[in-house]
Ligand binder design. Structure first.
Ligand SMILES: [Zn+2]
Length: 321
């Protein structure tokens, strides 16, 4: 099925659509009523069917409601001084996302991928789905970045719901987990989309450090600017795009410079800026959310491992001299 069907259907049709799941995890949908009964959903059919039933919001909400990540205040990047969270939008894309994951693993850095629904749905999305599986396998977070990357302010209620809920359903279909994080395309929520995300208990995630990788800067310049901003701001949330070859080529260098900067801080007796999962940026009205033990353990592993990495770096530098 096209994914567009998933979204419109899940939001607006409720029992009008028969949901299924193929062995490869692809969510399928067929019309259950009327002259289109049994037909696989297409965008047009989904829209037609959508008019016939009231919304089944409860189901869409249940898929999104994550008690650990969802329903927190909007993350803007200044919530956790001394910590940096890397986020990658618009993927997954074979050929670039894999390189980003490789670099994150090599430098033991957590990250969140805000994926676009249409990329992980359909017959030709096997590579993209495998990348999501790899993200989950290594403990990266997978967030919702809408179905088709629209300007949400320009959309009506039904389309907003479809963009968000359809993507939640697509991610859930692959990961089996609730989706608690949402990033509006261009960082631009409209009134409708903000209300919808809140209703679905999605935590909206913005950023404080924009890599501007989409502007095609020179690689060396981008690398330097991001790392300088991380240390100047004492951490934050970094926005990058794992669909960009530039980012795929540069991310290892950025993580290497971050590690080098942290080694310099350690040598000077200062605290490092610790790369962490977005969990540390979650805030409720009464303050920071508790961080799950396994997430805290991962952070501690980076901190504990840093001195040895720094020693290995300085040895390597001597040998290269
Ligand atoms: Zn985007």
């Amino acid at each position: 099925m096209t994914a567009w069907a998933a979204l419109v259907a899940i939001v607006a049709t409720g029992g009008a659509v028969a949901w299924g799941k193929k062995a490869d995890g692809v969510v399928t949908a067929k019309a259950r009523h009327g002259r289109d009964r049994g037909k696989a959903m297409t965008p047009r059919l989904a829209a037609r069917t959508a008019g016939t039933r009231t919304a089944d919001a409860a189901e869409a909400r249940a898929l999104a409601a994550d008690p650990v990540l969802g329903g927190a205040r909007t993350i803007r990047g200044g919530e956790a001084p001394g910590m940096v969270a890397f986020t990658f939008d618009d993927g997954p894309r074979a050929g670039t996302t894999d390189k980003v994951i490789d670099a994150l693993l090599a430098y033991d850095v957590p990250a969140t991928f805000f994926v676009v629904g249409h990329r992980i749905t359909g017959k030709r999305a096997d590579d993209a789905r495998a990348l999501v599986a790899r993200m989950v396998e290594h403990g990266f977070l997978v967030g919702n970045h809408t179905w088709s990357h629209p300007h949400l302010r320009a959309l009506g209620d039904r389309r907003v719901a479809a963009e968000i809920d359809g993507t939640t359903a697509a991610i859930h279909g692959l990961t089996g987990a609730a989706v608690g994080l949402f990033r509006p395309p261009y960082g631009a929520h409209g009134k409708r989309s903000a209300a919808h995300a809140t209703h679905r208990q999605l935590t909206s995630v913005l950023w404080s450090i924009d890599s501007s990788d989409w502007r095609k800067p020179r690689a060396a310049r981008m690398r330097k600017a991001i790392v300088e901003a991380i240390f100047a701001d004492d951490g934050g949330v970094v926005l990058m795009h794992d669909t960009k070859p530039l980012t795929a080529q540069t991310i290892a260098g950025i993580l290497d410079d971050l590690e080098a900067g942290n080694c310099a801080r350690l040598a000077a007796g200062d605290a490092p800026v610790v790369p962490v999962s977005l969990h540390y940026f979650l805030r409720d009205a009464d303050g920071p959310r508790p961080v799950p033990a396994e997430v805290a353990a991962r952070t501690q592993r980076y901190v504990d491992g840093l001195p040895a990495r720094c020693t290995a770096r300085s040895k390597g530098e001597r040998e290269n001299r």
